[in-house]
Ligand binder design. Structure first.
Ligand code: NAI
Length: 285
């Protein structure tokens, strides 16, 4: 039986790599999200950071949320600011009710509204099933699923009161559908996110609130640090990806920007996979 391994990003990581941020800003379609306000959880690194930069590049004012590593959040805000966008940094743990409420409150306080919620924050903890502790299970489920559930609730309550439309975009994973042995709590959380999205699309449709999932395959971010450092494991994965490479945060951010914009108003209840073909060509790891 193996020892559980945490594959989450250490909060000591340096500020966002400017080349990653620039890649995410590069494809922005100007003003597509002008006047909109977006909250993106876990947006001081990886996919969330790229989404914050991209949505801001398309005109949205964004709440950059982080849990640890204030400098990276500040770097993200500074990059957006320098590019002519608007961002406000909010520290907060999505597994805590008061922090979740504060995230939505801050959007209204700083920018006067909140139109788009991107539930991106996530962690994974690997272990053989028989070694999974209740503590690790709670951590993964409380962040990945409960956090998204109740943050969406706080977001939606305000919209329904004000009779305003909105967009919820969850960053789930190919593992909302595809097996991921030894990451059972992670897979349970992402599978839960899949059904939550489908239910909410039906319940919130009459309120003009759309709900969709973006399901990335293997993306180069801190969450995959141990994989990226293991040449053999990485090559085995790349052999399973028809496009022969991992994806980038900027690519995921582009899809999120589309789902957030006016053109996507008729899309709800769907999962959008972005995995270089991995799901169509998967073999046991
Ligand atoms: P990441 O580790 O850079 O991003 C996760 C973010 O969530 C970090 O900024 C972290 O500080 C934040 N976070 C963790 N716990 C939090 C909490 N309690 N409250 C607020 N924020 C918290 O890794 P990545 O890859 O950017 O992950 C983003 C999302 O994408 C996650 O939901 C992950 O499951 C999902 N994903 C990533 C894939 C990949 O290959 N990188 C593939 C499929 C899904």
């Amino acid at each position: 039986m193996s020892t559980p391994q945490t594959a989450t990003a250490p909060e000591t990581q340096k500020g966002g790599d400017p080349s990653d941020l620039a890649a995410s800003a590069k494809f922005a379609v100007s003003n597509r999200l002008q006047g909109k306000v977006a909250v993106i959880t876990g947006s001081s690194s990886g996919i969330g950071q790229a989404i914050a930069v991209r949505l801001a590049g398309e005109g949205a004012s964004v709440i950059v949320n982080y849990i640890g590593g204030a400098q990276r959040a500040e770097d993200t805000r500074a990059f957006i600011d320098k590019s002519g966008g608007k961002a406000f940094v909010v520290q907060g743990d999505v597994s805590k009710a008061a922090d979740r409420d504060n995230l939505i409150d801050q959007a209204y306080l700083q920018f006067g509204r909140c139109d788009i919620l991107v539930n991106n924050a996530g962690v994974e903890i690997g272990a053989d099933f028989w070694d999974v502790t209740e503590e690790d299970y709670d951590k993964v489920l409380n962040i990945n699923l409960k956090g998204a559930f109740f943050l969406s609730q706080a977001f939606v309550k305000r919209l329904i009161d004000a009779k305003q439309p909105g967009r919820i975009i969850n960053i789930s994973s190919v593992h909302e559908d595809m097996v991921f042995p030894h990451f059972d709590s992670y897979s349970a959380s992402k599978g839960g996110l899949r059904m939550l999205m489908r239910n909410l699309a039906v319940e919130l449709g009459p309120h003009d609130i759309t709900v969709n999932n973006v399901a990335p395959g293997a993306i180069v971010t801190p969450i995959n640090r141990s994989l990226l450092n293991n040449k053999e494991q990485l090559q085995a994965l790349l052999n399973n990806i028809p496009l022969g490479r991992m994806g980038t945060s900027a690519e995921v951010a582009g899809l999120v920007a589309y789902l957030a914009c006016e053109e996507a108003a008729y899309i709800t209840g769907s999962t959008f996979i972005m995995d270089g073909g991995l799901m169509r060509n998967y073999h046991e790891q």
